[in-house]
Ligand binder design. Structure first.
Ligand code: DGJ
Length: 729
């Protein structure tokens, strides 16, 4: 049993393999957060709380004059707001009398077998062989009939605890939810850093590490998508933590819309970390009997540094978030026509690319943007999901069949959430687009956003996509979204504070219904590359186009940052042409392949334009992709160096520790070079391994302590793969 509660129903232990999370409902019914960290026994650690009379931090009525008992200082699971905890909280309520206060008290608990679900939203699931338990704690608002249910899911083997909450209006009057974050974690002691993952279009998820102090650290998105700019996943770690050492806490938000994540020390040096839906332009009106569900946060703790933490996230997301047959089934090596043709293609061009691809062993052709409506560039056609048979020289079914006849699968691009003003759909339904009456809307890529909160919009999209997907043999769908949201207004959901969230619920609803109809289709998420690379999208699409930037050297940084939370199996990575379309840089075909092999592998160029030698390299790369698939897609991942040094290296080790693969890319060259010496990790110290680079046989301990020195320093941008095989003696 991973959830233990004392007989008096007041002390809660959530036990995972290596961690313990402890809460204690004290005699005043404040739910104290007493511990989260390395696994401990079941002793009550509430005595670690330091009570002191802190000036200007008042006390609640139950304290009966005890000036040392202050909501402003106590570590809590669900902080109050407006009644004496002056730190950032989670929930703001506006009551019918106009007052704004939320003050929660413990009122009971329930333990359920299995993982909890969240209505209309993704969440980690368990499967039959696995055990997950759920603790539901009831918190009652002190002066109204609002109840909050706190959900804790314990995935024992995976070292994961999930949190989510539900606000219920059990009263007779309306209540407005002014802010509703999913998770608050209070740390009484310790000095921490916060690692966030930030960037921009085509340069996503660059890690930034900052010391948590009294000045608030906060990242978030107000773009309606989780965004290229900030990723909804952060790490709080001891200031000395490294890849292999130190306490690290991950918070990963299962949500693809606006989010906030913050960390701040309070006046007494305690650290509060929060995560949830961004309060900007958020408010939800709860009529009597209504409830609001806040999305899930996946927490994980590692006492062994960042690598262990990442491994825990990779596993839980791969096994308990990704669904469908491609959770386990090998992903096809694909070729996408986007960078090969952009909008300028016809059937002949596509078939030529496909023929060459099939000959070299590529397994799927993906037809990207431009196959529908009047879409010759990015100014028109979005929303008109009708095949442009003139451009394709026939039906989509006939094109897809020709591709299948070449022995390849066929994939298709959609951008369901968007609408061009120059489209039949817009001319028929201008009110389906998000725009505020009387204002000129902001255009992004010259397009508007559909109001996905509307049932009729979703019905239209479902009908159009169903029609297309059932009239052609389509194996894969790339689901794109190429702008951020603004001009928030819905003609049907007038409460603008609800529109962002209803938009997201609408997207999830459409994705779910589409997958119900086409369960075997492989979905690849995309939002101008990695603008919606988050745990929630993985529930629908087990792979996500990681970035529009396909430059192998920039990809080192992008894939490095992505690896802190997301498994390699989720990372769409392609070999593209040089000079690279985004950076103008030329790297060798081999290096581009080595970098893309650490992802859901594919090509994004016209293979008729490459040399014969490069074609041979394609064949070799596909062999390598299959040879190393188990390692790269299911093995343990080690970041051996950051991308900002002379070289960047990473490694995969299989579960049995019998086989390891290291990739090294030389990032910059210098005269009279110093040696390239890389760490080797994850081997069994007692087992002997042969290294493919120099044929040497050492014990795992020898390799891991001695490392690997390259005989020759590779030239700038050159790369190599090195394998270790356990030697049977
Ligand atoms: C942005 C995507 O990231 C690209 O791969 C491509 O699909 C374009 N959109 C098409 O418009």
């Amino acid at each position: 049993m991973s959830i233990r509660v004392t007989q008096d129903g007041r002390l809660f232990h959530l036990q995972t393999k290596d961690s313990t999370y402890q809460m204690y409902a004290d005699e005043k019914n404040i739910l104290l957060h007493t511990y989260y960290g390395k696994k401990i026994g079941e002793e009550n650690l509430a005595d670690t709380i330091f009570f002191a009379d802190v000036g200007f931090s008042g006390f609640p009525q139950e304290a009966q004059g005890d000036r040392t008992y202050s909501l402003d200082c106590l570590p809590q699971e669900l902080p109050s707001s407006g009644v004496g905890d002056y730190r950032d909280g989670c929930i703001w309520l506006r009551h019918a009398d106009g007052s704004m206060a939320a003050d929660f008290r413990y009122a009971g608990y329930e333990i359920r077998h299995g993982a909890y679900r969240i209505p209309g939203m993704p969440a980690l699931f368990d499967n039959e062989e696995e055990s997950c338990e759920t603790l539901v704690i009831t918190m009652k608002e002190a002066a109204s009939d609002v109840t909050v249910l706190l959900y804790y899911g314990v995935f024992e083997r995976e070292n994961v605890i999930t949190r989510a909450l539900r606000v219920e209006n059990r009263g007779k009057t309306e209540v407005v939810l002014g802010e509703c974050l999913s998770c608050c974690l209070d740390f009484q002691f310790g000095e921490y850093d916060l690692i966030t993952f930030n960037g921009r279009h085509a340069m996503e998820r660059m890690p930034e590490r900052s010391r948590v102090g009294r000045m608030k650290l906060e990242v978030g998105s107000m773009r309606g998508t989780s965004s290229h700019q900030h990723n909804p996943a952060v790490i709080l770690c001891e200031t000395q933590a490294t890849e292999d050492f130190g306490d690290c806490y991950g918070l990963c938000f299962v949500y693809s819309g606006n989010f906030i994540a913050s960390a701040q020390m309070d006046q007494r040096g305690q650290t509060r970390v929060r995560m949830g839906i961004h309060p900007n332009q958020f408010s939800f009106c709860l009529k009597p009997g209504e409830a609001f569900d806040a999305p899930q946060v996946i927490l994980s703790f590692s006492d062994g540094g960042l690598t262990k933490l990442s491994g825990q996230y990779h596993k839980i997301l791969r096994e308990h978030m990704c669904r469908g047959k491609y959770r386990r089934e090998r992903r096809p090596v694909l070729i996408n026509n986007w960078e090969a043709t952009y909008f300028d293609f016809d059937e002949e061009k596509l078939l030529k690319i496909a023929r060459q691809a099939a000959e070299l062993g590529i397994e799927m052709l993906v037809l990207d943007d431009g196959w529908f409506g009047r879409r010759e560039d990015d100014n028109s056609g979005l929303g008109d999901w009708i095949v442009n048979e003139k451009k394709l020289g026939g039906s989509l079914g006939s094109l897809a069949k020709k591709i299948h006849d070449m022995g390849m699968k066929f994939g298709l691009w959609f951008e369901p959430e968007m609408i061009s003003e120059d489209s039949d759909l817009y001319r028929a339904h201008p009110d389906w687009a998000m725009q505020i009456p009387g204002r000129q809307p902001n255009r992004g890529r010259n397009q508007l956003v559909l109001d996905m909160g509307r049932e009729d919009v979703r019905e239209y999209l479902l009908e159009r996509m169903t029609d297309i997907l059932s009239h052609a043999p389509i194996d894969y769908v790339k689901w794109d979204a190429n702008r951020s949201l603004c001009d928030i207004y819905s003609h049907v959901n007038r409460e603008s504070g609800e529109v962002y969230h209803r938009y997201m619920l609408g997207v999830y609803d459409l994705l779910e219904r589409l997958l119900e109809r086409f369960p075997d289709i492989l979905l690849e998420g995309c939002s101008g590359g990695g603008g919606r690379f988050d745990a929630a999208m993985l529930y629908y699409s087990p792979q996500i186009w990681c970035s529009d930037n396909t430059d192998a050297i920039n990809r080192l940084s992008i894939q490095y940052g992505t690896s802190f939370f997301y498994p390699v199996s989720a990372v769409g990575a392609h070999v593209s042409a040089v000079p690279n379309h985004q950076t103008g840089r030329a790297t060798s075909f081999r290096t581009r392949g080595h970098v893309a092999l650490s992802g859901s592998f594919g090509y994004e160029l016209d293979l008729n334009q490459v040399t014969e030698e490069e074609k041979e390299t394609v064949k070799e790369q596909i062999r390598e992709f299959h040879k190393y698939y188990e390692l790269t897609h299911e093995g343990t991942y080690y970041r051996l160096s950051g991308p900002e040094g002379r070289f960047c290296a990473w490694e995969f080790v299989d579960e049995e520790k019998a086989h390891a693969l290291l990739t090294l890319v030389m990032v910059s060259a210098e005269g009279n070079p110093l040696p390239v010496h890389t760490a080797v990790k994850g081997l069994d110290p007692a087992v002997r391994y042969r290294c493919s680079y120099n044929g040497a046989v050492h014990s795992g301990s020898g390799w891991m302590n001695g490392g690997l020195t390259l005989r020759n320093v590779p030239a700038e941008y050159e790369s190599l793969l090195v394998e270790w095989e356990a030697v049977k003696e």
